[in-house]
Ligand binder design. Structure first.
Ligand code: FE2
Length: 435
């Protein structure tokens, strides 16, 4: 349970808010690289952290991220012509480069120096791991890109997509680190994770322990990058089954996977206080993704939802009650809703666009959620007092993995799974062809 004030502190990310300023200390993903596929291609509107921006790839291939509106008479630069290293407003021809400088003002007399006095907001960008990242904080505090394993693997080893979610980032992120809901929300009536007809990848036998012990014990440890979240279940008489989620500041989660499986990262990036982009990345550090995996990801299987063509909006959504099938719910699956991300979306969006945390009744299974809130609120308040967040300047600390593993009962998970919790990808040794 949070007070109304704490809930606002946690969820509001506009410029000038404590959480908004914390987010602005980190590089955050704002677009998939392929949304700007070529030099001088059409610009794309970018709404992030409550700010309206427009992105364009200029003639040098560099990405500009600038104010959405022309400062002249506030027409949208989205209509603009992307030409010769700048975006030209179609209203009166004012032209801006990726650093927000006004290069040309053809509607003013040639002798006018007005254009030297006009500059618009622009943010630094970098491209890495198939994404365009932005730094929206003060220039004197510019930080390091997080070094996550999926950003370093070859393109063949990775798949990613983004989805528009109609609620605050925080309640969806809380779902990502809540390892206890899977055995309910994502299950079928036979006591398994429901595959939705598509093939289950990985070693699912271990996962069945999740259904024998429905009330995991949570062990949450503070780390440099965020939290190490161990959910411990009884396995055999002398062993525990551990599912370890990694939560990375400010808003990323690595979902538990068995060693050798294809790993998964969820990223929740606020569009505004009432909606966010959900980026989901699958990667396998050891091999290219298989045809089977890719087919499942691209065709609305269990991991990625089917979208309306040409959009990042899922076909099953709030407006059609997520296509819930009540007869399926009686006969086969726990929810009657198809696909893991849609099941998640139905629950988190149903809380309202900002969950009212003053009304919650949290239990022991919510330990990780409580800790992540505390961590974010503390970091935001410390930043107000001038203490910079450690992780924003230490990208290397993000070079980790989640895991799911069975260990003898007398061994602590961070020791027993130490090697499994470190990323190991080495570009020089990467296998890139065939399986
Ligand atoms: Fe879920």
């Amino acid at each position: 349970l949070l007070t109304k004030e704490k809930n606002e502190l946690l969820t509001q990310t506009d410029s000038g808010t404590p959480m908004g300023e914390l987010f602005r200390r980190y590089w955050i993903p704002v677009l998939l690289s392929n949304e700007l596929p070529a030099k001088d291609c059409p610009p794309v509107e970018v709404n992030v952290l409550g700010e309206e921006l427009v992105a364009f790839r200029d003639s040098e291939g560099k990405v500009g991220l600038i104010d959405a509106y022309c400062p002249h008479r506030t027409a949208k630069l989205f209509w603009g012509r992307n030409e010769d290293c700048g975006l030209r407003c179609v209203y009166h021809g004012w032209k801006f480069d990726r650093n927000g400088n006004c290069l040309d003002m053809p509607s003013e007399p040639p002798e006018s120096s007005f254009k030297e006095k006009v500059k618009i907001t622009s943010y630094a960008t970098q491209e890495m791991g198939g994404m365009i990242w932005a730094y929206m904080g003060p220039k004197e505090h510019v930080s390091e890109l997080p070094k996550m394993e999926w950003m370093l693997v070859p393109d063949t080893h990775r798949y990613m997509m983004k989805f528009h979610i109609e609620c605050n980032f925080m309640q969806s992120m809380e779902g990502d680190i809540d390892s206890s809901h899977s055995a309910f929300l994502h299950s079928n009536l036979k006591g398994q994770i429901e595959s939705g007809g598509s093939k289950m990848f990985g070693r699912e036998k271990l996962r069945q322990y999740s259904f024998k012990d429905m009330a995991p014990r949570f062990f949450v440890t503070d780390t440099d990058y965020g939290l190490l979240i161990g959910a411990r279940r009884n396995a055999e008489e002398d062993t525990y089954y551990w599912r370890v989620t990694q939560w990375l500041m400010p808003t990323y989660s690595f979902i538990p996977k068995e060693p050798g499986d294809t790993y998964q990262c969820n990223m929740r990036i606020p569009i505004d206080n009432h909606s966010h982009w959900f980026f989901r990345i699958m990667w396998n550090p050891d091999r290219p993704l298989s045809k089977e995996e890719l087919w499942d990801y691209e065709n609305g299987g269990n991991i990625f939802p089917e979208v309306n063509p040409g959009t990042f909006h899922s076909k099953a959504n709030k407006s059609n009650k997520y296509l819930i099938d009540r007869s399926l719910q009686k006969s086969l699956t726990f929810t009657g809703i198809k696909g893991i991300p849609i099941q998640d979306q139905a629950c988190t969006e149903s809380m309202g666009t900002i969950a009212n945390r003053t009304k919650e009744r949290l239990g022991t299974s919510d330990t990780a959620i409580i800790q992540a809130r505390r961590r974010l609120i503390t970091a935001a308040l410390q930043l107000l007092e001038g203490h910079e967040p450690y992780s924003s300047y230490h990208g290397d600390s993000y070079f980790i993995r989640s895991t799911a593993v069975t260990l003898p009962r007398d061994i602590e998970v961070d020791k027993g799974a130490k090697e499994l919790l470190r990323a190991h990808f080495n570009r020089n040794e990467a296998r890139t062809n065939g399986e």
